[in-house]
Structures are given as structure tokens and as C-alpha cells.
Design a protein around this ligand. Structure first.
Ligand code: T5A
Length: 212
């Protein structure tokens, strides 16, 4: 039986995570692999229900502690019902955001200690970490242009926070990648989608079946 692999895509809003997750899933399926493409918050019925609670711009709003607990609860359901069973049967899981988003947004952005977030992750999800975390980065001007083309100024409850919050999030992602170079691949997402896709395929290649 093939070995299941877990790839997460991380980065700020508009970095191209969803686009690249789709392209990567298609490329891996073309190689005959079973691929589960999923996202956070979400991925299961319970996870999607919690997503609504967290991101609805008309929702009540949460402080960083409550937010971290809700993200951990959504992730716990997602890992138990979708991600672990897929990995156990040898599928590849491509996940649009995972634990490093909570570390960056509720930790780096919201001020919660990293060890508290990782403790919640151990309780909720057995501390599961991706085999590879792709951190997509693009300049703030490029991202602003993309999001304005797509959303015309509308954003969700977390995406709409002030620029300083998002700068702290980006800095936290960079810190995590520098601290764990074996788990992270930092990839420039500012060029054409196809160029970014090729860079991601190179980063994923060592995990493909048949590689030592
Ligand atoms: N959150 C999430 C937390 O605070 N804590 C957590 O633990 C987790 C899991 C989730 C929100 O929740 C927060 C973070 C977020 O604020 P989301 O909708 O799931 O929200 O995630 P977003 O990052 O907001 O999703 P986006 O769709 O905005 O960004 P993506 O996925 O990075 O970008 P993508 O691929 O959708 O592309 C955005 C636009 O750019 C175009 C696309 O066509 C699209 O229109 N595009 C490009 N244009 C030009 N060149 C390229 N190379 C392009 N690539 C994409």
C-alpha cells in the first residue's frame, strides 16, 4: 500500500493557496495517486459549521482565545473524520491552511503564546503536523491588486483586519519557516500561477512514491 502524505499550503489572504492546492491535487491525481483536497477552517460538516461562526462578517466576533479554541475544535473534527482516515488508507491530503495558520493569526496576529496553541493542537488533533508545509509569499501590492479584482473591497471577519495585524501574521509565518526548514518550503507566489505550480512540484518531488 502507498504511504499517505500530508501537504499544507499556508500564507496570507490572496497568496494563491486555493489556486495552488487545486493545481497540485490535479498534478498528483494525474500520477495515479488518491488525493483528498480540503481546507481549514472546514473540510467536514462540523468544520464548515464552525467556519461560518468564525468568518461571517455579520457574526458576533471572538477574542483570540475563543478564536483559537474554535479553530482547534474545527481542526479536531477535520483530523479525526477526514485527514487521519485518508492518510491511514494511503491517500495524499492537500490542505488549504492548517495549524500554522492558527499559530500565525491567533498567535502572531492575536498575541496568544505559541506553546498554548500547540498544546490545544496536541489535545484536539494529537499534534498532527504536515509532512510538508508550503508557505506562499507575495508582495502586499500584488495581493491587494488580486483581492480587489476578486472581492472589490469585501472581506471576511479575519481577512478585513488592519494592515499591522496582517504584517504580524506574515512575520510569524516567516519565523516558523526559518525555525523548521525541513518541514517548510518558502515559495514565491507573486509570479504567474503556472510558475508557482512548478516550484511547488519541485518541493513536493522528494515525497513522491519511489523517492528515498
Ligand atoms: N484563519 C484560518 C485563522 O485566523 N486561523 C486559522 O487557524 C485558520 C485555519 C480563512 C480565514 O481564516 C483565518 C485566515 C483567513 O483570514 P479563507 O477564505 O479560507 O479564510 O482563506 P484566504 O486566505 O482568505 O483565501 P483566499 O482565497 O483569499 O486566498 P488564497 O487561497 O491564498 O488565494 P486564491 O488562490 O483564492 O487566489 C486569490 C485571487 O487571486 C487570483 C485568484 O484567481 C483569485 O482571484 N490568483 C492570482 N492572480 C494572479 N497571479 C497568480 N499567481 C494568482 N494566483 C491566484
Amino acid at each position: 500500500m502507498s504511504v499517505g502524505r500530508f501537504i499544507a499550503l499556508e500564507g496570507g489572504e490572496g497568496a494563491g493557496k486555493s489556486t495552488q492546492a487545486r493545481l497540485l491535487a490535479e498534478a498528483l491525481r494525474e500520477r495515479g495517486l488518491e488525493v483528498v483536497l480540503t481546507r481549514e477552517p472546514g473540510g467536514t460538516a462540523g468544520g464548515e459549521a464552525i467556519r461560518e461562526l468564525l468568518l461571517d462578517p455579520k457574526g458576533p466576533g471572538w477574542d483570540p482565545e475563543a478564536e483559537a479554541l474554535l479553530f482547534a475544535a474545527a481542526r479536531s473534527d477535520h483530523v479525526a473524520r477526514l485527514i487521519r482516515p485518508a492518510l491511514d488508507r494511503g491517500a495524499w491530503v492537500i490542505c488549504d491552511r492548517f495549524i500554522d495558520s492558527t499559530r500565525a493569526y491567533q498567535g502572531g496576529g492575536g498575541g496568544l503564546p505559541d506553546d498554548a496553541i500547540l498544546a490545544l493542537h496536541r489535545v484536539g488533533s494529537g499534534g498532527l503536523l504536515p509532512d510538508l508545509t508550503i508557505l506562499l509569499e507575495a508582495s502586499s501590492d500584488e495581493i491587494a491588486a488580486r483581492l480587489s479584482r476578486r472581492d472589490g473591497g469585501e472581506s471576511d471577519r479575519i481577512g478585513g483586519r488592519e494592515a499591522e495585524f496582517h504584517a504580524r501574521v506574515a512575520q510569524a509565518f516567516r519565523r516558523f519557516a526559518d525555525a523548521e526548514p525541513a518541514r517548510f518550503a518558502r515559495i514565491d507566489g507573486s509570479g504567474p500561477a503556472e510558475a508557482t505550480h512548478q516550484a511547488i512540484l519541485e518541493a513536493v518531488a522528494p515525497l513522491l512514491p519511489g523517492k528515498p
